[in-house]
Design a protein around this ligand. Structure first.
Ligand code: PLP
Length: 409
């Protein structure tokens, strides 16, 4: 048993009673006000992350937010005023983006399998469509023709490479996403300029990457591929979406991205290639990097029990709100996230426990074999790095428990 005092990750602090501070409140006050479980997103942290990024990005590279990372409406309203555009992946997300105040001119719509009604809604709203196949391009042309309104189009490219060291690969090889780079010149040469307004290219090769060199290699490769493909464009491109994939550290041993080094490389590659892009606007499209570290998931201990020599804390929150925390349905080797007993900070770690949610499945795990202060029913558990892919990416209907409250602080 260790005697290490119980502390939150660096950057978070507590009051004199050892209660975690969230924004200008303590976690106890928020839990009383909202009930548990809840998600809190700290807007000041999001603003700081955007400011740090902007200080490093090359001038001429715009910053977009992929709203699937966290579509909480107040958070979208907050971000609509602080980033240059939103990227959406369904008609529902498109409506959320527009409702949040992002102009259609700065909204783009990607995703395989867009239905006719989704394409029609994008044409009517004047949202840029990132087209994912030759078939979708033909359907979009028919729909734009029927609406007597040209569609704004970027072609999503499936590059002949992938983002290395990424948690989720979305380019390279045979993919459901984008159009193989080899097919793009033919599509551009046969362009139907009557109904399709060519605006540019979209290159997104992967996600959750913590390796600066891998991100920079992909960024440079995307620029080179864009410059090569644009030689076939019917009209000059207005926008080149160069993807993102910036990761956040979730587990012990993972280090945050070295942003100054990443920024230096991005500026170097951008300055080299920008003259060959005919004045097109470059875009970086980020999801979790903007919001994950600003979010905390809070759940209350309901029961404490012993089973054959081990101690379990059973909580009121679990995988129905936070699938990633539980290990994504057991598909990957589950690792513990950074979490604390948020009303016992500064107390010594006194025992090793398992944290479990309320669902009747062995998969509903919040933490295994964690050293914590002795916690009792009523205590609060705070899970960090929880601002992205939370409630909207979890099986909320599974077992019929209430939804988690969400609040932007
Ligand atoms: C999911 C997705 C993103 C966001 O990914 P993060 O890992 O959250 O940054 C960006 N662009 C596209 C096309 C996506 O599908």
């Amino acid at each position: 048993m260790t005697e290490t005092p119980h502390r939150p990750p660096s950057g978070w602090d507590s009051d004199a009673q050892g209660h975690l501070r969230l924004g200008s409140e303590t976690i106890e006050r928020l839990a009383e006000r909202l009930g548990t479980p809840f998600y809190a997103y700290d807007s000041a942290r999001i603003a700081r992350r955007i400011a740090e990024l902007r200080a490093e990005l090359p001038a001429g590279l715009a910053l977009h937010y992929a709203i699937k990372a966290n579509p909480h409406p107040p958070l979208l309203g907050y971000l609509a005023e602080r980033v240059d555009g939103f990227d959406v992946a369904s008609k529902g997300e498109m409506q959320s983006a527009l409702t949040a105040g992002m102009p259609a001119a700065h909204t783009s719509f990607a995703g395989p399998g867009k239905r006719d009604d989704e394409l029609a809604a994008a044409v009517q709203a004047g949202v840029l469509v990132n087209v994912e196949s030759a078939g979708e391009l033909a359907r979009l042309a028919r729909i734009a023709d029927a609406h007597k309104r040209p569609a704004r189009v970027a072609l999503r490219v499936n590059p002949p490479y992938e983002l290395k060291s990424s948690g989720m690969r979305m380019g390279g090889g045979a993919r459901a996403f984008g159009i193989d780079a080899e097919q793009i010149p033919g599509l551009l040469r046969a362009w139907n300029g009557q109904t399709l307004h060519f605006e540019g290219l979209h290159l997104f090769a992967g996600s959750q990457c913590l390796k600066v060199d891998a991100l920079l290699d992909t960024f440079a490769a995307n620029l080179a591929l864009a410059a090569q493909l644009l030689a076939h464009a019917p009209t000059p491109a207005r926008i080149i979406n160069l993807g993102g994939g910036f990761g956040v550290p979730y587990f012990p041993g993972e280090a945050p991205l070295d942003l100054p080094r990443l920024g230096e490389g991005l500026r170097h590659h951008w300055n080299e290639w920008q003259p060959r892009l005919n004045a097109a606007q470059g875009v970086l499209e980020l999801g979790r990097y903007l919001v994950a570290e600003a979010g905390v998931y809070v759940t209350r201990v309901v029961d404490r029990k012993h089973s054959r020599g081990e101690t379990f804390l059973i909580c009121d929150g679990g995988m129905h709100h936070h699938l990633a925390l539980s290990g994504n349905l057991g598909q990957v080797l589950r690792k513990n996230w950074p979490l604390v007993v948020a009303n016992r900070l500064g107390q010594p770690n006194a025992e090793t426990v398992h944290l479990h949610g309320p669902l009747c499945t062995p998969l509903d795990i919040l933490g295994s074999k964690l050293p914590l202060p002795r916690a009792e029913p009523g205590d609060l558990i705070a899970v960090f790095q929880s601002g992205a892919y939370g409630p909207s990416a979890s099986p909320g209907a599974f077992l019929g428990h209430p939804a988690a409250a969400e609040i932007l602080l």
